[in-house]
Ligand binder design. Structure first.
Ligand SMILES: Cc1cc2nc3c(=O)[nH]c(=O)nc-3n(C[C@H](O)[C@H](O)[C@H](O)COP(=O)(O)OP(=O)(O)OC[C@H]3O[C@@H](n4cnc5c(N)ncnc54)[C@H](O)[C@@H]3O)c2cc1C
Length: 468
């Protein structure tokens, strides 16, 4: 750790300790230096915390600090949730909640998030049958159909080479997980595989690209551990242990925010300005209001976070760290027509990948997840045809997690909390998931609110793959 980092960690610790969590000696420390309102809140042990961004990272941070501090949560959109965005779809007179963004989680891939959702919040979940089909655009026969409880294994013999390739890919991914090795790229991993070269191009790269929302050339740049983490972590005895929230992931967000007692939530409120005045932060929002804070949590994707950080003096190295996080655009459509499904319904899986040159977009068939619901959730940015029965559509960005992305995460983790500025969000730890976003919130709460009542409700935390 550099001298500069040590110094700022020290001032952060003194600031938090002086807010009533540390030793008596710390209370006499001179580092706080806040103006009158800040000084008063520090003396009382309560901090004014502004959390910017109301996705799972920001909402979970606010929930963990709730009761202990006075929290203001600023969210640019009209509701909380960020990528946890659920919409009702009518299926034979009943609403099925469909997750347009994040959807799957489970006890092995998302152990802390799963505990929060199922044990603490008791949000109802439904099990998933997750299987895959991969086919070339316009071709009648798939390149791979994965085993599933309702598929006779004899029907799958023709896909044996592709299934063996998946087996080898998962073995190698498991090895990277075990070694916690982010440094090997997908291209390195795949080139070292023993399977047929033609299979690598026609099947292995397209599979990896589709599960990351990437093109084939982008997929090759990924850290292989990152690219395959959410495929290999939930695999237990060849079954993928994933569930969905029955009422959509938005129900997790509302369960958390319904419990707020000392959190003021401001939606339709974008944080536009960030400065330090004396010992406190001044945040200006899109409504022209000014929020004063002792601590600020940026629970934002790297781009909007960098735009705020850049307004602080001497922030060049932090903004250049943020600039190392690369993203790819994605558009999700929810539709009723099975436009992107394989030619024959017997080959339909829950996750159906079309390879079309560089592009490998997937279509999730809700019928295999929720009792025959004729609803599809598809990545559509590069499709030749648009869905005809469109129900909803949203634009997102997926991270392109290279080995350098992971190194940049390390820098954000080390600098989080320096002089009262904290970094939350799924990009701060591990891969892009609800688990990593929650983990980032827990790391902040451990320092700002070690006595958090909501943290206590989680009990002993299971070991998380999001831990660095
Ligand atoms: C299509 C898709 C499918 C996915 N599937 C899964 C899955 O199955 N399982 C899984 O675990 N993960 C999945 N993910 C990843 C997951 O959605 C993210 O990791 C996680 O939701 C990110 O949470 P976050 O709070 O870090 O960021 P976000 O959810 O992006 O929240 C950031 C919030 O900040 C707000 N904001 C931005 N700028 C400002 C500003 N200046 N002021 C105030 N507010 C601002 C935004 O409006 C947004 O609400 C998926 C992602 C996508 C896009």
């Amino acid at each position: 750790m550099s001298h500069e980092n040590e110094k700022s960690k020290l001032s952060r610790r003194r600031l938090v300790a002086a807010a009533g969590f540390g030793t008596a000696a710390a209370l006499t420390g001179t580092a706080v230096g806040a103006q009158p309102a800040g000084a008063a809140s520090l003396r009382s042990g309560r901090l004014r915390v502004v959390v910017v961004g109301g996705g799972i990272a920001g909402v979970a941070t606010a929930w963990l600090l709730d009761g202990q501090h006075d929290v203001t949560l600023l969210e640019a959109a009209s509701s909380l949730g960020g990528h946890a965005a659920s919409v009702p779809v009518d299926v034979e007179g009943h609403d099925v909640m469909v997750d347009v963004g994040a959807q799957f989680f489970g006890p092995y891939s998302h152990p802390i998030y799963n505990k929060l959702v199922t044990s603490v919040l008791q949000v109802p979940t439904v099990p998933n049958q997750l299987d895959n089909t991969l086919f070339e655009y316009g071709m009648p026969t798939p390149l791979m159909v994965s085993p599933s409880i309702d598929r006779p294994i004899t029907d799958l013999l023709q896909y044996l080479p592709a299934l063996q390739a998946v087996g080898e890919l998962m073995e190698r991914a498991r090895d990277l997980e075990a070694r916690r090795d982010w440094s090997i790229t997908v291209a390195d991993l795949v080139e070292a595989m023993t399977v047929d070269e033609a299979l690598k191009e026609s099947f292995v790269y397209p599979y990896v690209a589709s599960v990351n929302g990437a093109t084939i050339s982008q997929a090759k740049e990924f850290s292989a551990r990152a690219a395959l983490a959410l495929a290999v972590r939930p695999l237990v005895d060849d079954r993928t242990e994933y569930v969905n929230a029955r009422d959509g992931l938005q129900s997790v967000i509302s369960s958390l925010s319904n419990e707020f007692t000392s959190v003021t939530t401001c939606v339709n409120t974008r944080a536009a300005g960030l400065s330090r005045v004396g010992g406190q932060f001044k945040i200006t929002d899109s409504q022209g209001r000014v929020h004063l804070a002792d601590q600020v949590v940026l629970a934002l994707p790297p781009e909007p976070a960098a735009a705020l950080v850049a307004q602080l003096p001497q922030s060049d190295s932090l903004t250049s760290t943020y600039n190392r996080f690369r993203y790819m655009p994605a558009r999700i459509a929810i539709h009723r027509d099975p436009i992107y499904m394989p030619a024959s319904p017997k080959d339909w899986s829950s996750f159906n990948i079309t390879r079309d040159g560089e592009y490998c977009e997937a279509s999730i068939f809700y019928g295999r997840l929720r009792g025959d619901a004729p609803v599809y959730k598809s990545w559509v940015l590069h499709r030749r045809e648009e869905p005809k029965e469109l129900l909803d559509s949203m634009d997102f960005r997926h991270p392109l997690i290279t080995p350098d992305f992971i190194r940049a995460q390390g820098e954000l983790q080390r600098r989080s909390g320096d002089d009262g500025l904290w970094f939350a969000g799924s990009h701060v730890f591990d891969v892009d998931s609800q688990e990593s976003a929650l983990y980032s919130a827990l790391m902040i709460a451990a320092e700002l609110a070690p006595g958090s009542q909501n943290r206590l409700r989680l009990g002993t935390l299971p070991t998380s793959p999001a831990a660095p």
